[in-house]
Design a protein around this ligand. Structure first.
Ligand SMILES: NC(=O)c1ccc[n+]([C@@H]2O[C@H](COP(=O)([O-])OP(=O)(O)OC[C@H]3O[C@@H](n4cnc5c(N)ncnc54)[C@H](O)[C@@H]3O)[C@@H](O)[C@H]2O)c1
Length: 449
Protein backbone atom coordinates (compact mmCIF):
# COMPACT_ATOMS: atom_id res chain seq x y z
CA UNK A 1 0.00 0.00 0.00
CA UNK A 2 1.03 3.60 -0.51
CA UNK A 3 0.32 5.62 2.60
CA UNK A 4 0.59 9.33 3.34
CA UNK A 5 0.60 10.56 6.93
CA UNK A 6 -0.39 14.19 7.43
CA UNK A 7 1.24 15.36 10.67
CA UNK A 8 4.45 13.73 11.92
CA UNK A 9 4.16 14.17 15.68
CA UNK A 10 3.92 11.44 18.34
CA UNK A 11 1.11 9.65 16.52
CA UNK A 12 1.93 10.35 12.85
CA UNK A 13 5.59 9.49 13.15
CA UNK A 14 5.09 6.30 15.15
CA UNK A 15 2.24 5.14 12.89
CA UNK A 16 4.20 5.99 9.74
CA UNK A 17 7.35 4.20 10.92
CA UNK A 18 5.32 1.12 11.94
CA UNK A 19 3.38 1.01 8.64
CA UNK A 20 6.72 1.16 6.78
CA UNK A 21 7.96 -1.66 8.97
CA UNK A 22 4.90 -3.74 7.91
CA UNK A 23 6.08 -3.34 4.30
CA UNK A 24 3.96 -0.39 3.14
CA UNK A 25 5.41 2.65 1.35
CA UNK A 26 4.92 5.63 3.63
CA UNK A 27 5.45 9.37 3.30
CA UNK A 28 5.23 11.35 6.54
CA UNK A 29 4.34 14.97 5.92
CA UNK A 30 4.54 17.89 8.30
CA UNK A 31 4.20 21.65 7.99
CA UNK A 32 7.10 22.07 10.38
CA UNK A 33 10.09 22.28 8.01
CA UNK A 34 12.67 21.97 10.82
CA UNK A 35 11.02 18.73 11.98
CA UNK A 36 11.06 17.28 8.46
CA UNK A 37 14.66 18.21 7.74
CA UNK A 38 15.73 16.60 11.04
CA UNK A 39 13.71 13.49 10.21
CA UNK A 40 15.36 13.25 6.79
CA UNK A 41 18.64 12.85 8.74
CA UNK A 42 16.90 10.27 10.98
CA UNK A 43 17.02 12.70 13.92
CA UNK A 44 13.91 12.12 15.98
CA UNK A 45 12.31 15.30 17.34
CA UNK A 46 10.63 13.48 20.25
CA UNK A 47 11.82 10.99 22.85
CA UNK A 48 10.16 7.62 22.26
CA UNK A 49 12.02 4.36 22.96
CA UNK A 50 13.20 2.44 19.84
CA UNK A 51 11.69 4.96 17.42
CA UNK A 52 15.00 6.11 15.97
CA UNK A 53 15.97 2.55 15.06
CA UNK A 54 12.61 1.93 13.39
CA UNK A 55 12.85 5.16 11.40
CA UNK A 56 16.40 4.31 10.30
CA UNK A 57 15.28 0.90 9.10
CA UNK A 58 12.32 2.32 7.18
CA UNK A 59 14.41 4.99 5.54
CA UNK A 60 17.20 2.48 4.78
CA UNK A 61 14.73 0.11 3.14
CA UNK A 62 13.39 2.95 0.98
CA UNK A 63 9.89 2.60 2.44
CA UNK A 64 9.80 5.67 4.68
CA UNK A 65 10.12 9.24 3.41
CA UNK A 66 9.61 12.70 4.86
CA UNK A 67 8.21 15.73 3.04
CA UNK A 68 6.77 19.14 3.74
CA UNK A 69 5.00 19.16 0.40
CA UNK A 70 1.71 17.41 -0.30
CA UNK A 71 2.52 16.77 -3.99
CA UNK A 72 3.33 13.12 -3.36
CA UNK A 73 -0.09 12.26 -1.90
CA UNK A 74 -1.69 11.93 -5.34
CA UNK A 75 -0.24 8.41 -5.50
CA UNK A 76 -1.48 7.36 -2.06
CA UNK A 77 -4.13 4.67 -1.50
CA UNK A 78 -4.66 5.88 2.07
CA UNK A 79 -4.10 9.32 3.56
CA UNK A 80 -4.10 9.50 7.34
CA UNK A 81 -4.75 12.76 9.16
CA UNK A 82 -2.71 12.73 12.39
CA UNK A 83 -2.49 16.43 13.20
CA UNK A 84 -3.08 17.85 16.67
CA UNK A 85 -6.54 18.46 18.18
CA UNK A 86 -5.69 20.52 21.26
CA UNK A 87 -8.20 22.14 23.59
CA UNK A 88 -9.66 25.25 22.07
CA UNK A 89 -8.78 28.30 24.11
CA UNK A 90 -11.69 29.62 26.10
CA UNK A 91 -14.23 26.81 25.95
CA UNK A 92 -12.39 23.46 26.00
CA UNK A 93 -13.96 22.10 22.82
CA UNK A 94 -11.51 20.23 20.57
CA UNK A 95 -9.78 22.72 18.26
CA UNK A 96 -10.42 21.23 14.82
CA UNK A 97 -8.70 23.96 12.82
CA UNK A 98 -5.69 21.73 12.03
CA UNK A 99 -7.90 18.84 10.92
CA UNK A 100 -10.04 21.09 8.74
CA UNK A 101 -6.95 22.75 7.25
CA UNK A 102 -5.48 19.34 6.44
CA UNK A 103 -8.71 18.30 4.68
CA UNK A 104 -8.70 21.50 2.63
CA UNK A 105 -5.04 21.01 1.68
CA UNK A 106 -5.41 17.34 0.76
CA UNK A 107 -8.48 17.69 -1.46
CA UNK A 108 -6.96 19.33 -4.57
CA UNK A 109 -4.24 16.66 -4.84
CA UNK A 110 -6.48 13.59 -5.04
CA UNK A 111 -6.21 11.34 -8.11
CA UNK A 112 -8.19 8.12 -8.44
CA UNK A 113 -10.02 6.56 -5.47
CA UNK A 114 -8.41 7.50 -2.15
CA UNK A 115 -9.36 6.78 1.45
CA UNK A 116 -8.90 9.65 3.90
CA UNK A 117 -8.60 8.40 7.47
CA UNK A 118 -8.87 10.53 10.58
CA UNK A 119 -6.42 9.15 13.12
CA UNK A 120 -6.44 12.31 15.22
CA UNK A 121 -8.84 12.15 18.17
CA UNK A 122 -11.85 14.09 16.93
CA UNK A 123 -15.38 14.72 18.25
CA UNK A 124 -18.26 12.74 16.85
CA UNK A 125 -19.36 14.19 13.52
CA UNK A 126 -15.91 15.43 12.48
CA UNK A 127 -15.73 12.82 9.70
CA UNK A 128 -18.89 14.33 8.19
CA UNK A 129 -17.30 17.77 8.30
CA UNK A 130 -14.02 16.54 6.76
CA UNK A 131 -16.04 14.93 3.96
CA UNK A 132 -18.00 18.14 3.40
CA UNK A 133 -14.86 20.30 3.28
CA UNK A 134 -13.18 17.97 0.79
CA UNK A 135 -16.25 17.73 -1.41
CA UNK A 136 -16.54 21.52 -1.43
CA UNK A 137 -12.82 22.03 -2.21
CA UNK A 138 -12.68 19.38 -4.94
CA UNK A 139 -16.20 18.44 -6.12
CA UNK A 140 -14.91 15.92 -8.68
CA UNK A 141 -12.72 13.92 -6.28
CA UNK A 142 -13.32 10.21 -5.71
CA UNK A 143 -12.76 9.47 -2.03
CA UNK A 144 -14.17 8.05 1.20
CA UNK A 145 -13.57 9.39 4.72
CA UNK A 146 -13.05 6.83 7.50
CA UNK A 147 -12.28 7.07 11.21
CA UNK A 148 -9.45 5.03 12.71
CA UNK A 149 -8.71 6.30 16.21
CA UNK A 150 -5.30 5.62 17.68
CA UNK A 151 -4.86 4.05 21.11
CA UNK A 152 -1.05 4.01 21.45
CA UNK A 153 0.53 5.25 24.68
CA UNK A 154 3.57 7.46 24.64
CA UNK A 155 6.57 5.68 26.12
CA UNK A 156 5.38 2.31 24.77
CA UNK A 157 4.08 3.61 21.45
CA UNK A 158 5.72 1.15 19.06
CA UNK A 159 4.72 -1.90 21.03
CA UNK A 160 1.19 -0.57 21.43
CA UNK A 161 0.94 0.13 17.71
CA UNK A 162 2.24 -3.30 16.73
CA UNK A 163 0.35 -5.25 19.40
CA UNK A 164 -2.88 -3.31 19.85
CA UNK A 165 -5.74 -4.64 21.96
CA UNK A 166 -8.00 -3.79 19.00
CA UNK A 167 -8.13 -1.80 15.78
CA UNK A 168 -11.25 0.29 15.28
CA UNK A 169 -12.29 1.22 11.75
CA UNK A 170 -15.33 3.43 11.27
CA UNK A 171 -16.78 3.62 7.76
CA UNK A 172 -19.81 2.56 5.75
CA UNK A 173 -17.82 2.46 2.52
CA UNK A 174 -16.93 -1.06 1.32
CA UNK A 175 -13.89 0.18 -0.61
CA UNK A 176 -12.56 1.99 2.45
CA UNK A 177 -13.04 -1.15 4.55
CA UNK A 178 -10.97 -3.11 2.08
CA UNK A 179 -8.16 -0.54 1.97
CA UNK A 180 -7.96 -0.36 5.78
CA UNK A 181 -8.15 -4.14 5.97
CA UNK A 182 -5.09 -4.29 3.71
CA UNK A 183 -3.27 -1.58 5.67
CA UNK A 184 -3.73 -3.48 8.96
CA UNK A 185 -3.52 -7.05 7.64
CA UNK A 186 -0.06 -7.67 9.21
CA UNK A 187 -1.61 -6.90 12.61
CA UNK A 188 -4.65 -9.08 12.54
CA UNK A 189 -2.50 -11.89 11.30
CA UNK A 190 -0.97 -11.35 14.77
CA UNK A 191 -4.45 -11.76 16.30
CA UNK A 192 -5.33 -8.14 16.92
CA UNK A 193 -9.09 -7.93 16.49
CA UNK A 194 -10.22 -5.43 13.90
CA UNK A 195 -13.61 -3.96 14.62
CA UNK A 196 -15.70 -2.29 11.92
CA UNK A 197 -18.28 0.26 12.97
CA UNK A 198 -19.88 3.39 11.63
CA UNK A 199 -17.73 6.49 11.53
CA UNK A 200 -19.61 8.17 14.37
CA UNK A 201 -19.35 5.13 16.59
CA UNK A 202 -15.59 4.91 15.98
CA UNK A 203 -15.18 8.56 16.90
CA UNK A 204 -17.11 7.97 20.12
CA UNK A 205 -15.15 4.83 21.04
CA UNK A 206 -11.92 6.80 21.35
CA UNK A 207 -13.37 9.41 23.69
CA UNK A 208 -15.32 6.87 25.71
CA UNK A 209 -12.12 4.81 26.19
CA UNK A 210 -10.11 7.78 27.40
CA UNK A 211 -12.90 9.04 29.64
CA UNK A 212 -13.27 5.60 31.21
CA UNK A 213 -9.53 5.27 31.88
CA UNK A 214 -9.46 8.77 33.37
CA UNK A 215 -12.37 7.74 35.58
CA UNK A 216 -10.53 4.65 36.81
CA UNK A 217 -7.49 6.70 37.79
CA UNK A 218 -9.58 9.34 39.50
CA UNK A 219 -11.59 6.72 41.35
CA UNK A 220 -8.51 5.11 42.87
CA UNK A 221 -7.07 8.54 43.69
CA UNK A 222 -10.12 9.35 45.77
CA UNK A 223 -9.99 5.93 47.42
CA UNK A 224 -6.35 6.76 48.25
CA UNK A 225 -7.45 9.95 50.01
CA UNK A 226 -9.96 7.94 51.99
CA UNK A 227 -7.25 5.39 52.89
CA UNK A 228 -5.15 8.21 54.31
CA UNK A 229 -7.97 9.43 56.50
CA UNK A 230 -9.11 6.07 57.86
CA UNK A 231 -5.91 4.03 57.80
CA UNK A 232 -5.87 1.72 54.79
CA UNK A 233 -3.38 0.86 52.07
CA UNK A 234 -4.56 1.90 48.60
CA UNK A 235 -2.15 -0.45 46.85
CA UNK A 236 -3.75 -3.40 48.58
CA UNK A 237 -7.22 -2.06 47.91
CA UNK A 238 -6.30 -1.70 44.22
CA UNK A 239 -4.97 -5.25 44.13
CA UNK A 240 -7.97 -6.53 46.02
CA UNK A 241 -10.43 -5.01 43.59
CA UNK A 242 -8.28 -5.43 40.47
CA UNK A 243 -8.15 -9.20 40.83
CA UNK A 244 -11.86 -9.16 40.05
CA UNK A 245 -11.90 -9.59 36.27
CA UNK A 246 -14.87 -7.31 35.92
CA UNK A 247 -12.72 -4.50 37.33
CA UNK A 248 -9.23 -5.39 36.13
CA UNK A 249 -5.97 -4.34 37.78
CA UNK A 250 -4.72 -1.82 35.25
CA UNK A 251 -5.02 1.93 35.67
CA UNK A 252 -5.52 1.58 39.40
CA UNK A 253 -2.30 3.27 40.52
CA UNK A 254 -2.99 6.16 42.83
CA UNK A 255 -0.91 9.23 42.11
CA UNK A 256 -0.86 13.00 41.71
CA UNK A 257 -3.70 13.07 39.13
CA UNK A 258 -3.70 12.33 35.43
CA UNK A 259 -2.09 14.63 32.88
CA UNK A 260 -0.56 14.27 29.46
CA UNK A 261 -1.42 15.18 25.92
CA UNK A 262 -4.70 13.25 25.79
CA UNK A 263 -6.75 12.61 28.95
CA UNK A 264 -7.21 16.21 30.10
CA UNK A 265 -8.18 17.60 26.70
CA UNK A 266 -10.19 14.56 25.64
CA UNK A 267 -12.30 14.40 28.80
CA UNK A 268 -13.14 18.11 28.48
CA UNK A 269 -13.93 17.79 24.76
CA UNK A 270 -16.26 14.84 25.44
CA UNK A 271 -17.97 16.78 28.24
CA UNK A 272 -18.61 19.64 25.79
CA UNK A 273 -19.93 17.32 23.08
CA UNK A 274 -22.28 15.69 25.57
CA UNK A 275 -23.55 19.02 26.92
CA UNK A 276 -24.22 20.24 23.38
CA UNK A 277 -26.10 17.02 22.67
CA UNK A 278 -28.15 17.46 25.85
CA UNK A 279 -26.87 14.19 27.27
CA UNK A 280 -24.43 15.50 29.89
CA UNK A 281 -21.84 13.04 31.21
CA UNK A 282 -21.95 13.95 34.88
CA UNK A 283 -19.49 11.27 35.94
CA UNK A 284 -16.89 12.52 33.48
CA UNK A 285 -17.56 16.13 34.51
CA UNK A 286 -16.80 15.18 38.09
CA UNK A 287 -13.68 13.24 37.09
CA UNK A 288 -12.29 16.31 35.32
CA UNK A 289 -13.05 18.61 38.27
CA UNK A 290 -11.65 16.22 40.89
CA UNK A 291 -8.49 15.69 38.88
CA UNK A 292 -7.96 19.39 38.34
CA UNK A 293 -8.10 20.17 42.03
CA UNK A 294 -5.84 17.26 42.89
CA UNK A 295 -2.68 18.34 41.09
CA UNK A 296 -2.33 21.60 42.95
CA UNK A 297 -3.46 19.92 46.14
CA UNK A 298 -0.32 17.77 46.06
CA UNK A 299 1.66 20.87 47.12
CA UNK A 300 -0.24 20.87 50.42
CA UNK A 301 0.91 17.30 50.95
CA UNK A 302 4.51 18.48 50.56
CA UNK A 303 3.88 21.35 52.97
CA UNK A 304 2.36 18.96 55.53
CA UNK A 305 5.43 16.72 55.35
CA UNK A 306 7.52 19.76 56.30
CA UNK A 307 5.33 20.74 59.21
CA UNK A 308 2.92 23.02 57.35
CA UNK A 309 4.98 25.82 55.84
CA UNK A 310 7.05 25.94 52.68
CA UNK A 311 8.21 29.54 53.06
CA UNK A 312 11.93 29.68 52.24
CA UNK A 313 12.16 25.90 51.89
CA UNK A 314 14.07 24.23 49.04
CA UNK A 315 12.14 21.46 47.31
CA UNK A 316 13.82 18.99 44.95
CA UNK A 317 11.47 17.57 42.31
CA UNK A 318 12.36 14.30 40.57
CA UNK A 319 10.58 13.76 37.26
CA UNK A 320 8.71 16.42 35.28
CA UNK A 321 7.17 14.69 32.27
CA UNK A 322 3.59 13.44 32.64
CA UNK A 323 4.86 9.87 32.67
CA UNK A 324 8.18 8.04 32.23
CA UNK A 325 9.78 7.31 28.85
CA UNK A 326 8.52 10.41 27.12
CA UNK A 327 9.67 14.02 26.89
CA UNK A 328 6.07 15.18 26.62
CA UNK A 329 5.24 17.94 29.11
CA UNK A 330 1.72 18.64 27.89
CA UNK A 331 -0.55 19.01 30.95
CA UNK A 332 2.04 17.32 33.17
CA UNK A 333 0.96 17.27 36.85
CA UNK A 334 4.42 18.65 37.67
CA UNK A 335 3.40 22.03 36.25
CA UNK A 336 0.52 22.92 38.63
CA UNK A 337 2.36 21.18 41.47
CA UNK A 338 5.55 23.21 41.06
CA UNK A 339 3.63 26.43 40.54
CA UNK A 340 1.74 25.77 43.77
CA UNK A 341 4.99 25.01 45.64
CA UNK A 342 6.37 28.33 44.46
CA UNK A 343 3.15 30.12 45.40
CA UNK A 344 3.58 28.74 48.92
CA UNK A 345 7.06 30.29 49.07
CA UNK A 346 9.29 27.34 48.15
CA UNK A 347 12.40 27.43 45.98
CA UNK A 348 12.21 24.56 43.47
CA UNK A 349 15.03 22.53 41.96
CA UNK A 350 14.27 19.77 39.47
CA UNK A 351 15.75 16.92 37.50
CA UNK A 352 14.20 14.86 34.70
CA UNK A 353 16.11 12.38 32.52
CA UNK A 354 14.75 13.73 29.19
CA UNK A 355 12.05 16.31 29.84
CA UNK A 356 14.01 19.35 31.00
CA UNK A 357 14.27 21.14 27.63
CA UNK A 358 10.50 20.97 27.24
CA UNK A 359 9.95 21.82 30.90
CA UNK A 360 12.02 25.01 30.76
CA UNK A 361 9.38 26.58 28.52
CA UNK A 362 6.58 25.85 30.98
CA UNK A 363 8.49 26.37 34.22
CA UNK A 364 11.14 29.06 33.82
CA UNK A 365 11.67 29.78 37.54
CA UNK A 366 13.08 26.39 38.43
CA UNK A 367 16.73 25.49 38.94
CA UNK A 368 17.39 22.57 36.58
CA UNK A 369 19.98 20.06 37.75
CA UNK A 370 21.92 17.43 35.87
CA UNK A 371 21.38 14.48 38.19
CA UNK A 372 19.21 13.17 41.00
CA UNK A 373 21.82 13.78 43.66
CA UNK A 374 22.79 17.29 42.60
CA UNK A 375 19.08 18.07 42.58
CA UNK A 376 18.69 16.73 46.12
CA UNK A 377 21.65 18.74 47.45
CA UNK A 378 20.57 20.86 50.46
CA UNK A 379 16.89 20.27 49.77
CA UNK A 380 14.40 20.27 52.64
CA UNK A 381 12.25 17.71 50.85
CA UNK A 382 12.50 15.49 47.79
CA UNK A 383 9.30 14.98 45.78
CA UNK A 384 9.05 12.08 43.33
CA UNK A 385 6.60 13.17 40.63
CA UNK A 386 7.35 10.87 37.66
CA UNK A 387 8.34 7.24 38.19
CA UNK A 388 11.31 6.98 35.81
CA UNK A 389 13.18 3.68 36.26
CA UNK A 390 16.28 5.48 37.49
CA UNK A 391 14.36 6.84 40.50
CA UNK A 392 13.29 3.39 41.64
CA UNK A 393 16.55 2.36 43.30
CA UNK A 394 18.00 5.54 44.75
CA UNK A 395 21.00 5.36 47.08
CA UNK A 396 19.11 6.36 50.21
CA UNK A 397 22.20 6.82 52.38
CA UNK A 398 23.76 9.16 49.86
CA UNK A 399 20.50 11.03 49.47
CA UNK A 400 20.25 11.54 53.21
CA UNK A 401 23.76 12.99 53.31
CA UNK A 402 23.06 15.38 50.44
CA UNK A 403 19.74 16.71 51.75
CA UNK A 404 19.22 19.40 54.39
CA UNK A 405 16.36 17.37 55.88
CA UNK A 406 15.53 13.70 55.26
CA UNK A 407 12.00 14.16 53.91
CA UNK A 408 10.64 12.32 50.87
CA UNK A 409 7.20 12.75 49.34
CA UNK A 410 6.64 9.91 46.89
CA UNK A 411 3.65 10.74 44.69
CA UNK A 412 4.00 7.44 42.76
CA UNK A 413 4.31 4.99 45.65
CA UNK A 414 7.54 3.50 44.30
CA UNK A 415 9.11 2.95 47.75
CA UNK A 416 8.04 0.96 50.77
CA UNK A 417 7.27 3.04 53.85
CA UNK A 418 9.15 0.67 56.20
CA UNK A 419 12.28 0.83 54.03
CA UNK A 420 12.23 4.61 54.21
CA UNK A 421 11.69 4.63 57.96
CA UNK A 422 14.63 2.26 58.42
CA UNK A 423 16.82 4.74 56.54
CA UNK A 424 15.65 7.56 58.79
CA UNK A 425 13.43 9.40 56.34
CA UNK A 426 10.16 11.11 56.99
CA UNK A 427 8.19 9.54 54.16
CA UNK A 428 4.81 10.45 52.72
CA UNK A 429 3.19 8.62 49.84
CA UNK A 430 -0.29 8.34 48.36
CA UNK A 431 -2.97 6.45 50.24
CA UNK A 432 -0.67 4.41 52.46
CA UNK A 433 0.04 4.52 56.17
CA UNK A 434 2.97 6.93 56.68
CA UNK A 435 6.26 5.83 58.18
CA UNK A 436 5.15 2.40 59.27
CA UNK A 437 3.89 -0.95 58.26
CA UNK A 438 0.15 -0.91 58.83
CA UNK A 439 0.77 -0.97 62.56
CA UNK A 440 -1.60 -1.35 65.49
CA UNK A 441 -2.22 2.40 65.65
CA UNK A 442 -4.10 2.26 62.43
CA UNK A 443 -6.22 -0.66 63.46
CA UNK A 444 -7.22 1.21 66.60
CA UNK A 445 -8.11 4.21 64.55
CA UNK A 446 -10.30 2.21 62.22
CA UNK A 447 -12.04 0.54 65.14
CA UNK A 448 -12.71 3.91 66.74
CA UNK A 449 -14.24 5.14 63.51
N1 LIG B 1 0.19 11.62 21.71
C1 LIG B 1 -0.53 10.53 21.99
O1 LIG B 1 -0.16 9.72 22.84
C2 LIG B 1 -1.83 10.26 21.26
C3 LIG B 1 -2.42 9.00 21.37
C4 LIG B 1 -3.61 8.75 20.67
C5 LIG B 1 -4.19 9.76 19.91
N2 LIG B 1 -3.61 10.99 19.84
C6 LIG B 1 -4.23 12.01 19.00
O2 LIG B 1 -3.50 12.11 17.79
C7 LIG B 1 -3.48 13.46 17.32
C8 LIG B 1 -2.04 13.93 17.14
O3 LIG B 1 -1.41 13.95 18.41
P1 LIG B 1 0.17 14.10 18.56
O4 LIG B 1 0.47 13.91 19.99
O5 LIG B 1 0.85 13.24 17.54
O6 LIG B 1 0.35 15.65 18.16
P2 LIG B 1 1.69 16.45 17.81
O7 LIG B 1 1.43 17.84 18.17
O8 LIG B 1 2.87 15.72 18.35
O9 LIG B 1 1.80 16.32 16.22
C9 LIG B 1 0.96 16.96 15.30
C10 LIG B 1 1.80 17.36 14.09
O10 LIG B 1 0.95 17.78 13.04
C11 LIG B 1 1.60 18.82 12.32
N3 LIG B 1 0.59 19.53 11.52
C12 LIG B 1 -0.42 20.32 11.95
N4 LIG B 1 -1.16 20.74 10.91
C13 LIG B 1 -0.62 20.20 9.80
C14 LIG B 1 -0.95 20.23 8.40
N5 LIG B 1 -2.01 20.92 7.96
N6 LIG B 1 -0.16 19.57 7.54
C15 LIG B 1 0.90 18.88 7.97
N7 LIG B 1 1.24 18.78 9.27
C16 LIG B 1 0.50 19.44 10.17
C17 LIG B 1 2.27 19.63 13.39
O11 LIG B 1 3.31 20.41 12.86
C18 LIG B 1 2.77 18.51 14.34
O12 LIG B 1 4.08 18.12 14.01
C19 LIG B 1 -4.29 14.25 18.35
O13 LIG B 1 -5.62 14.32 17.90
C20 LIG B 1 -4.21 13.40 19.58
O14 LIG B 1 -5.32 13.59 20.44
C21 LIG B 1 -2.43 11.25 20.49
Amino acid sequence: MRIAMIGSGYVGLVSGACFADFGHYVTCIDKDAAKISALKQCQIPIYEPDLEQLVREGVGAGRLKFETDLGCIAEADAIFIAVGTPSRRGDGHADLSYVHAAAREIAPHLKGFTVIITKSTVPVGTGDEVERIMRETNPGANFAVASNPEFLREGAAIRDFKLPDRIVVGTDDERARKVLGDVYRPLYLNQAPIMYTTRRTAELIKYAANAFLATKITFINEIADLCEKVGGDVQQVARGIGLDNRIGGKFLHAGPGFGGSCFPKDTIALIKTAQDAEAPLRIVETVAAVNDARKRGMARKVAAALGGSLRGKTIAVLGLTFKPNTDDMREAPSIPLITALQDLGAVVRAYDPVGMDQAKRELPDVTYCDSTYSCAANADALVIVTEWEQFRALDLNRLKKEMAQPVIVDLRNIYRPDEMTEHGFTYESIGRPANAKAGPGHHHMVRRL
